[in-house]
Design a protein around this ligand. Structure first.
Ligand SMILES: [Zn+2]
Length: 184
């Protein structure tokens, strides 16, 4: 872990006083993500946490807010949204004589790196697939603008409305229009 990371906090004093609570606030841009959802640096992630010394470790508890850019699985439109996550985790010293930390995060010496803890909770709290809200019309073949998502769904309707009756076109909707007009 980098000594200068804003996520690294000294906990030596805390560990010597079980029961003590220490507020920690972290504000930092992060570069995390999964295939369809990534953090954007502005505004930076904020974490308002309380560290509590307990026998055998430190409990990390609090809330995290980070702005993410997610891609809709249906229409591929990108949406920026605030992702809020509640964190409740345990970090346990790795030198306490046991090899098995269980579900706890390792606490190496007297410095606690909050980054892997917060990152895991942020990414695990994402839905399996991102979808527009309200639900979008999905991706229409040959749609106008995949990058912005604008015009999706409306594309088919506009094409049907503006085309002259009986006139064939190169439009990808031409075949579909024929179906509408002939009724079969
Ligand atoms: Zn969508």
């Amino acid at each position: 872990m980098a000594a200068t990371s804003p996520f690294v906090v000294p906990v030596g004093e805390l560990l010597r006083h079980p029961g003590q609570v220490r507020p920690v606030r972290v504000e930092a841009p992060v570069d995390w993500g999964v295939e369809y959802s990534v953090t954007i640096g502005e505004p930076p992630l904020t974490a308002a946490l309380e560290l509590t010394a307990v026998p055998g470790g430190v409990v990390i508890r609090g809330s995290v807010e980070v702005t993410m850019r997610s891609t809709c699985a249906r229409c591929l439109a990108e949406t920026d949204h605030v992702h809020r996550v509640e964190v409740v985790e345990l970090a346990r010293p790795t030198d306490d004589g046991t090899d098995d930390a269980g579900d706890a995060y390792p606490l190496d010496g007297e410095r606690l790196d909050l980054e892997p803890i917060i990152r895991d909770d942020v990414l695990l709290a994402l839905p399996l697939l991102w979808r527009c809200d309200p639900p979008c019309q999905g991706l229409v073949p040959g749609s106008i603008d995949q990058a912005s998502g604008e015009g999706l769904g409306e594309a088919l309707q506009n094409d049907l409305n503006t085309a002259a009756p009986g006139r064939r076109s190169d439009s990808p909707f031409a075949a579909l229009r024929d179906v509408f007009e002939t009724g079969d």
